[in-house]
Structure formats: structure tokens, C-alpha cells
Design a binder for this molecule. Structure first.
Ligand SMILES: Cc1cc2nc3c(=O)[nH]c(=O)nc-3n(C[C@H](O)[C@H](O)[C@H](O)COP(=O)(O)O)c2cc1C
Length: 317
């Protein structure tokens, strides 16, 4: 059993990534109940009713669950974190921005903290910060983050330091992927894209279908969607999404070109779930999302890592 497993009490070393717009309470509960750590992803400033509804799925479970925030959105308003802490999560993840106030609040409530890091400098800072668990996240991952390091180099750098427990994120989509990051020293895998089309995921069916049809070469790393929507994402965090008509024709979109009309068009495209125009955030592991599955079925497949590690050890003995 690893240190982190002892701390958090999970059976399977698999966390679903907190994905705003996809990983709500239903997905988190399904992952938790099948032995992993279910994470709820929180976008900007959720309504209290939304928080209560999502927390309702997980609050009474015996298994560990957590909640993930974009740190920059908590800088002006900590109330979403305060509201979630009332439901006693096992873990709070804070990524993309200054994590200090959020981490202090979580620790006051006796809750462990995690942070996603995307390059060596950020890893160094996270080792100093008041953060308990490091999520080494490579640029092949879906959604927002840096695009500066692949998962494996960053993971090797992080685990070699042996200072804090390290979890691997970015591109893990199969049992072989889980086995690979555990062999590289990670204590668990943090899996986003592979859960996107799960029955329990919050995404619209049009977006889930687009994810199932896409392959590994169909993603792009871009800020164009954020610029078009005039979202205040820090510039160092672009996002990996499915390539679509919009991203192909706006590769170089700059802030001064963004207009109210473009923002309205994008908001409408999201509301109408148009995958040609709206962002469908997904990483290279989209290759491995081929059919509509439940989160439990995805977990069962990923849990095949034990057999793979045993076979590998025998092959090279
Ligand atoms: C649709 C989507 C939404 C995401 N939203 C969040 C989020 O709200 N907060 C967060 O910390 N990370 C978010 N992420 C990033 C994930 O935490 C994680 O880094 C990523 O999914 C790992 O790579 P993978 O997609 O290849 O598994 C999101 C990822 C995706 C695909």
C-alpha cells in the first residue's frame, strides 16, 4: 500500500480529474464507489444550489472524494470552497494560479490539498507551497494547463525528489497507461479525458459523440476559445481541445480581435452544443474513448494495471 493510499483510503490508485462541465457529483460518486477517488470539477462561480446538488451525490459515501477548483477564480471569492468544505471532502485540488489562500482554508478544515503542476519551475514552487500532493500534469492532457512538458519527463522529475506524494496526469487512458505511471513512481493516476463520455459525465451528448469519434491526432492546444469568450484565464494556461472549424480558422486569434459579437456567438454555440464552434476540451487519450461506457466500466478496464505490472515483472525477470 502506498503512503497516499493509506492517507486517503482508496482501493484503486485512480482519481477522475475534476473537470468543470463534465465531472459532477454523479461521476465522482461512481468513481468513488468503484474504489477510486471521485473528484468534482468546479467552474468559475457556481450557485449554492449547484454545489449542494453535486455534493449530495458524494457527501454520505464511505469512500474518499474530492473537489477541484481553478485557483485564479478563488482569488476574488473563496465562497465556493467554503461551501464545499461543509460537506467534508477528503481532498481539495487547487490549480492554475495562486493557491495559498485556498490551501490555508482547506488545511484549517483538516482537508488534504493537491495542485497540478506543468513545468519544472512550477514543480519547485509547489514543493515549497503548503500543498500536500503534487499532480504532475503533462501537456498531452485535456482541458487547461501548460503545454511545456510531457507527462513522463515531469513525472520522473517529481518522483525523483521523494518529497511529497506524486500523482500523474495527462494522457493516461488505458490500463497500460496506469501501469506506466505507477512504474515511473506515481502513487496514482489522475484521469480526465477517458471519463468524458461516461454515462455519468455532465457533458452534452453532442460533445460526448464528438469525443468518441475523435482520435489522437484530432486535438489542438489553443487559447482561441478563451480569448473568443473573453474569459480571464491567465495567458500561460491554454487548453487542449478537439480541433474544430473554429480552432482551425482562429489559430492566431488575439485579444484585440475578440469582440462582443464573437463572444455571443461562442456562448450560443456552447448552449446549442455545436462541436464545430464550441470548445470540446479533451486530451490525446481521446483515442481510447470509443464507446459509451459507465464510469464503473472505465474503472474496471483501468484496474487491469495490476495484471500488466505482474506480467511485465515476469517478462523482464
Ligand atoms: C473537459 C475537461 C475539463 C477540465 N476542467 C478542469 C477543472 O475544472 N479543474 C482542473 O483542475 N482541471 C481541469 N481539467 C484538467 C484535468 O484536471 C487533467 O489535468 C486532465 O484531464 C488530465 O489529462 P487527460 O485528460 O489526458 O486525462 C479538465 C480537463 C478536461 C478534459
Amino acid at each position: 500500500m502506498s503512503d497516499l493510499q493509506r492517507l486517503l483510503g482508496y482501493r484503486e490508485p485512480i482519481f477522475n480529474a475534476p473537470m468543470a462541465g463534465a465531472a459532477g457529483g454523479a461521476l465522482a460518486a461512481a468513481v468513488s464507489q468503484t474504489g477510486g477517488v471521485g473528484m468534482i470539477g468546479v467552474s468559475g462561480s457556481p450557485k449554492k444550489e449547484w454545489i449542494e446538488e453535486q455534493a449530495g451525490y458524494v457527501a454520505s459515501l464511505d469512500s474518499p472524494w474530492g473537489v477541484g477548483f481553478m485557483a485564479w477564480s478563488l482569488e476574488t471569492d473563496l465562497s465556493p470552497l467554503e461551501s464545499f468544505l461543509e460537506f467534508s471532502p477528503s481532498l481539495v485540488s487547487l490549480s492554475f494560479g495562486d493557491v495559498s489562500r485556498g490551501a490555508a482554508l482547506a488545511h484549517e478544515a483538516g482537508v488534504l490539498t493537491a495542485m497540478q503542476v506543468g513545468n519544472a519551475a512550477e514543480l519547485d514552487r509547489a514543493m515549497e507551497d503548503d500543498i500536500d500532493i503534487i499532480i504532475a500534469r503533462g501537456g498531452e492532457g485535456g482541458g487547461h494547463g501548460r503545454n511545456e512538458s510531457g507527462t513522463l519527463p515531469l513525472l520522473q522529475l517529481a518522483t525523483a525528489q521523494q518529497l511529497k506524494p506524486v500523482v500523474a496526469a495527462g494522457g493516461v487512458g488505458t490500463a497500460h497507461g496506469v501501469a506506466a505511471v505507477l512504474a515511473a513512481g506515481a502513487q496514482a493516476a489522475w484521469v480526465g479525458t477517458r471519463f468524458l463520455s461516461a454515462t455519468e459525465s455532465l457533458g452534452h451528448e453532442n460533445f460526448k459523440a464528438a469525443v468518441r469519434q475523435a482520435g489522437m491526432d484530432d486535438t489542438t492546444y489553443t487559447r482561441a476559445f478563451d480569448i473568443a469568450q473573453q474569459l480571464p484565464w491567465p495567458a500561460e494556461f491554454g487548453g487542449r481541445a478537439l480541433r474544430n472549424q473554429f480552432s482551425d480558422s482562429h489559430e492566431d486569434l488575439s485579444s484585440w480581435e475578440a469582440s462582443g459579437a464573437l463572444r455571443d456567438q461562442m456562448v450560443q454555440a456552447r448552449a446549442d452544443a455545436q462541436p464545430d464552434m464550441a470548445p470540446v476540451y479533451a486530451g490525446q487519450a481521446v483515442q481510447f474513448v470509443q464507446t459509451a461506457q459507465t464510469a464503473g466500466e472505465v474503472m474496471a478496464e483501468l484496474s487491469g494495471f495490476r495484471q500488466i505490472l505482474n506480467d511485465t515483472a515476469r517478462r523482464f525477470a
